[in-house]
Design a protein around this ligand. Sequence first.
Ligand SMILES: [Zn+2]
Length: 306
Amino acid sequence: MMHRIAHPSLGINGDDADFLRWSLEYLRQRDFNFVTVEDVARSVRGEISLPPRSVSFTVDDGYWDQTEVAAPIFLEFDCPATFFVTTGFIDRDIWFWESKVDYLLSQCSEPLFIRFGGRRRAQGARQMNRQQMAEALKDELKNLSFTEIEKKLVEWASDLDVQIPDAAPEKYLPTTWERLVDIQGMGLKVEPHGYRHSILSQESEAESRKEIEKSQNDLRARLGKDSAVFCYPVGREVDFGVREEQAARELGFLGAVSAVPGCVNIADRSRLYRMPRYSFPDTKTDLIQYASWIEVVKSSVRRRLA
Ligand SMILES: [Zn+2]
């Protein structure tokens, strides 16, 4: 699971493009097979069998750097990565609430004073740097519905005397439908990741289903194909539930992915609509560990201890 590709001059933190290239080369040399997430789902369903040493890459959200920087690298290695896109973001109807938090903090000088749940907290008092402050604010928002998040952001912006622009600043821009059509034509996969990136478990049942279905319909209209796999926004264990798994099944998806760390166990059909993913690592050691059985053994020990 990847998100943004680092772009230091624009201040974008993320995965390093050269390290992605190194990783794909490393896996290729060791006879790993790059497969699509759709194939992983089909394999869990018993429809196909995957070759040994199969690995699948996913890129979430739909930012411009993903199609401009990451996509060409995947193509270089014939790796059919899956790009999960938030369709309201590509349409430029919304920009990410996570980005808005980063934007807010980037616009004010320290120390920062922000209202959390009715109380005012100061950055200095909590010994937080900007990054930690951003994480704390995002965690706060992860307990809210989309409407509540937008309201809270307006409150914080007013506290900080910052105006959140309607359109995303350059650093936070989405890719375009044209580019997504292009990369799909070149063999990469594009699948839905909600319409507004709202946290489905925080929405009503009808609203949650609408989020999934609208992104599915948008992709059908824009890319002329049926979606195979859904990706839950945010995707932690608490961000979706049986209700969303049921909706994904009823809407015809072959499976769905979460952001819970782990390997997909092909023999475990019970997790077809909550397939885990590992975050793309930062170091060669971690990549090598993910590509060996070490990580699987560690996860199984952790599960048993839990
Ligand atoms: Zn996301």
